[in-house]
Design a protein around this ligand. Structure first.
Ligand SMILES: Nc1nc2c(ncn2[C@@H]2O[C@H](COP(=O)(O)OP(=O)(O)OP(=O)(O)O)[C@@H](O)[C@H]2O)c(=O)[nH]1
Ligand SMILES: [Mg+2]
Length: 455
């Protein structure tokens, strides 16, 4: 990324017609631009109505200009925000004029990169800015906000603090080569390190919820033909999305919809009914069903409760499902011969079972709360609702790896203490990278390049 001392400018709102468009500029020249605009020294954090005139004196628009004096701004530098009428032509003309006044077009993420370089945000908070912008469910937003407010940084700092304690203790003995670390101190250090490794692993395992937070949990409606899968999809999305008919084998290609369940974004799939005696075309659909089930977070196995037999799994599915991944749905509970439960549920499904009527809606609320409880993973709560990203996970893995042999080393003789200390230092370096103790400028450029222009 080019130098960090010039003044950058960019449109901060989407291209297109809107009520208002906001143009943002950051850097030393914003003071004089704000001065020219307001006809006097700018007042920090004060919205001012002004006529925006180009350098040649042409009136472009009446705008509201707000100037922020560094370091009390998003980037930490002097910053100017100009709100104009939301006409892309006007916004473009203002931006062109700013460039003529010496500003340069901002690179993607450059405002946030400057905020990071000026110490306004650590790297985990800068990353959370993007998550806040893209969050599309309550849970994703809460998670992004927790990280933006330093939730992840605090947990990393706590780990660093504990490691520094152990290191300080050990180093005191390295300085006195005649003294060996007493057995009780070795035992304390060992249990502290084991505890730290455990905490690193808890945080590390939250990464698997990240794609679910960002793109949604995958919930697949599966089961034999005619069980009412498409009817259930329609009920859950609240409109007639999928074709429903009494003919078995109606759904061939899968259908995907996005819904919110218990604050979670869910990608819900209606699939072709699974049966052995299928036509060639139907078989293609069944293969797709099996593929979707394979990487589903939750499978809603729909059976027709009125049939009277206890529901059994199609053979093709039996070995693909993990019991806690499944909710058994006994559908058509409105039919008369469904009053009594239909015998024992097959062994792997002794867990969650919901009886409902997709046609009339009875029991659907129970399904929604059962599903919502399944999506609220305890592991995710254990990380305070923060899901680490791939970059954090890589650093956590390296830190855990550096610490992994310490517990057994502490069981050995005095010579091992120096090695223990150097492993702890290696782990500390890895953990520090998470919050931004990085000297790798290319890595930073790559990270911020994934941001929007103007952010
Ligand atoms: N009485 C009753 N009928 C239902 C219920 N749910 C679905 N049906 C009926 O069952 C038939 C099959 O419903 P679908 O939703 O098309 O079933 P499906 O599982 O998607 O079927 P395929 O796509 O062929 O695998 C239709 O005639 C529905 O009206 C229910 O809760 N009660
Ligand atoms: Mg169907």
């Amino acid at each position: 990324m080019p130098g960090h001392h010039d003044t950058i400018a960019a449109l901060a709102t989407p291209q297109g017609t809107s009520a208002i468009a906001v143009i943002r500029a950051s850097g030393p020249d914003t003071r004089s631009i704000a001065e020219a605009l307001g006809g006097g020294p700018p007042l920090p954090r004060t919205a001012r109505r002004a006529d925006y005139r180009s350098r040649s004196g042409e009136l472009i628009d009446t705008v509201i200009a707000t100037w922020f004096a560094g370091p009390n701004s998003y980037t930490g530098e002097d910053t100017l925000e100009i709100s104009c009428h939301g006409n892309p032509f006007i916004a473009h003309k203002i931006l062109e004029d700013l460039l003529a006044r010496g500003c340069r077009s901002a690179e993607p993420g450059e405002f946030t990169q400057r905020a990071f370089l000026n110490g306004k945000l650590d790297l985990t908070q800068a990353e959370a800015v993007m998550d806040v912008i893209h969050a599309s469910s309550d849970i994703a937003l809460a998670s992004a906000n927790a990280q933006l407010r330093g939730g992840l940084a605090k947990r990393i700092e706590a780990l660093i603090g504990s490691l520094l304690d152990v290191l300080a203790h050990i180093e005191a003995y390295i300085d006195f080569p005649d003294e060996d670390l007493p057995p009780t101190d070795r035992a304390t250090a060992k249990s502290k390190i084991i505890d730290i490794i455990q905490n690193i692993n808890i945080l590390r395992s939250s990464e698997r919820y990240r794609s679910a937070l960002r793109d949604g949990f995958k919930v697949v409606i599966a089961g034999p033909p005619n069980a009412g899968k498409s009817s259930l999809l329609n009920r859950l999305v609240g409109r007639d999305r999928a074709l429903v008919s009494p003919e078995p084998g109606t759904t061939r290609d899968f259908i995907e919809e996005r819904i919110i369940i218990g604050g979670h974004l869910v990608r819900i799939f209606d699939t072709a009914g699974i049966r052995e005696s299928a036509s060639a075309l139907e078989s293609l659909g069944i293969d797709k069903s099996l593929e979707l089930i394979k990487d589903a977070d939750v499978v809603l196995m729909v059976f027709e409760a009125s049939i009277g037999d206890s529901p059994t799994l199609p053979d093709a599915l039996a070995d693909k499902l993990k019991p806690n991944q499944v909710i058994v749905v006994l559908n058509k509970s409105d039919l008369p011969n469904c009053a009594a439960p239909t015998g024992p549920i097959p062994v792997p499904f002794s867990m969650a079972t919901v009886r409902l009527s997709a046609l009339y809606g009875h029991g659907v609320e129970t399904l929604i709360s059962t599903l919502s409880a399944k999506l609220n993973r305890p592991e995710f709560q254990a990380s305070d609702g923060i899901a680490v990203n791939a970059r954090h996970a890589e650093a956590l893995d390296s830190a855990a790896h550096a610490l992994s042999s310490i517990p057994s080393r502490l069981g050995l003789d005095a010579q091992a203490i120096e090695l223990v200390a150097s492993d702890i230092r290696a782990a500390l370096a890895e953990l520090s990278k998470i919050c931004g103790d990085v000297d790798n400028e290319r890595m930073l450029d790559r990270l911020f390049a994934a941001f929007c222009i103007g952010k």
